[in-house]
Design a protein around this ligand. Structure first.
Ligand SMILES: [Zn+2]
Length: 286
């Protein structure tokens, strides 16, 4: 009788240990301007931050993007599966942005003519359509790799000055490599856009990784995938090119969640990625 109760005690202690371990939060990436953050909070169904709602899967896994201008303090609503709301405040670390001077661009790509406006509008609508996809598929859970190894010739978020004219900040990262070098898919997903000859982006691909996350590949030479095709992380999708607004061959790699652009290199820190980096919620909560 005594032995039994001791065994029962041990079992119940073990059970509560396992239950606590299962209920623990897990985080990858960084709560930082221009970064992606991956979380798992069992029992959470949605996260609302900066008026954007991010859906969690049935195990409470989700992704959040912090834009270049993300505020230092964010009021976050965690919506639980039973509908109750938990309010928390997160501290978003600042990022230093550089200034990128780019000279030698064809002037028509910096100050486009009225006739070019139709092509620019067409590009904007095609790209924003490809970024509005919101597949309920967790392709992103397999992690990410760099789509091309090479010199970073333009960091994400840099304030750009083109032919002496102040322009918008850089919405992706530029990786320089010789014309024709293979470009691979950064992660598993579905090709949702293959567009030829866009005014700024040249030949461009968008891949949807599910839960509102897309990656973009621009200035390509050859596109080697078709719209609607499923791709695996590391699979060749295109060749490095110099199409669109460029001064030389490079890949412009972009990433967005629900239209919020962030530094695609931060994807490598997610679980299963090339640069996997787990963090504690103490890093960004009080
Ligand atoms: Zn670029």
């Amino acid at each position: 009788m005594k032995i039994c109760s001791q065994i029962c005690l041990i079992f119940s202690a073990l059970f509560s240990l396992v239950a606590n371990a299962m209920a623990a939060e897990v985080w990858y990436g960084a709560a930082k301007q221009g970064n992606v953050l991956q979380g798992q909070i069992p029992g959470v169904s949605k996260i609302v931050i900066e008026e954007q709602t991010y859906q969690a899967d049935e195990d409470g896994n989700f992704l959040i993007a912090f834009g270049r201008e993300a505020k230092a303090k964010q009021n976050v609503e965690l919506i639980l599966t039973d509908g109750t709301v938990k309010n928390v405040v997160w501290k978003i670390a600042p990022t230093q942005w550089d200034i990128q001077k780019i000279n030698g661009l064809p002037q028509k790509k910096v100050t486009p003519s009225a006739e070019d406006q139709a092509a620019i509008n067409d590009e904007r609508s095609q790209v924003s359509k490809s970024l509005s996809a919101d597949l309920r598929q967790g392709y992103w859970k397999n992690g990410f790799v760099e789509p091309l190894k090479g010199r970073i010739s333009g960091a994400f978020g840099g304030q750009r000055v083109m032919n002496g004219r102040k322009m918008n900040s850089h919405a992706g990262v530029d990786i320089a490599a010789p014309l024709g070098t293979d470009v691979v898919a950064a992660g598993d997903g579905k090709v949702v856009m293959t567009a030829p000859n866009l005014f700024y982006s040249g030949n461009m691909i968008t891949i949807d990784h599910g839960y509102g996350l897309q990656t973009m590949y621009a200035h390509l030479n050859k596109i080697k995938v078709k719209n609607g095709q499923m791709v695996k992380k590391g699979e060749v999708i295109a060749e490095v090119g110099q199409t669109g607004r460029v001064t030389g061959p490079h890949l412009h790699w972009g990433a967005a969640i629900k239209g919020v652009r962030f530094n695609p290199h931060s994807l490598l820190q997610l679980k299963g990625g090339e640069n996997q980096h787990s963090v504690s919620s103490h890093d960004f909560t009080n």
